[in-house]
Write a protein that binds this ligand. Sequence first.
Ligand code: ADP
Ligand code: MG
Length: 132
Amino acid sequence: MAIFLSRSPEETRAWAENYAKTLSPGDVVLLDGEMGAGKTVVAQGIARGLGVEEDVLSPTYAYVNSYAPMFHFDCYRIASVRQAEELGFADYFDAGKVCLVEWSENIAPLLPEGCRRIVIRKTGENEREIET
Ligand SMILES: Nc1ncnc2c1ncn2[C@@H]1O[C@H](COP(=O)(O)OP(=O)(O)O)[C@@H](O)[C@H]1O
Ligand SMILES: [Mg+2]
């Protein structure tokens, strides 16, 4: 277990960009933390580390955004595991890209074995504790 203390969104992005170096294609990373913790900010940094040039925005309405090396899921609005199954989530996890998953608790039965986890805790207005 390691804990990084971030003092700004950019510090979080820089940490995540570096974290991305430890990832291999097909890895599934669960991004845990309350609303506004910084899960999407971490996803932006990981995307930068993987060479994504597009802006990474929250996929809240689309459920999943696709980039060349990664998928970014936001399962906040997933109503049921069945809905996630019907959206073909299992295929995404098997596609050999890095998968970043916000609100993964909503699709717990569909998650593959051996997921990584990043926990983000809000410890101040601009301060976050990031645990891996
Ligand atoms: N140190 C920090 N790390 C990450 N985000 C931060 C930090 N300090 C402030 N923020 C702000 O917190 C918010 C995090 O939003 P977001 O990443 O969308 O959260 P989530 O996806 O967890 O709901 C952003 O507005 C960001 O600017
Ligand atoms: Mg988010």
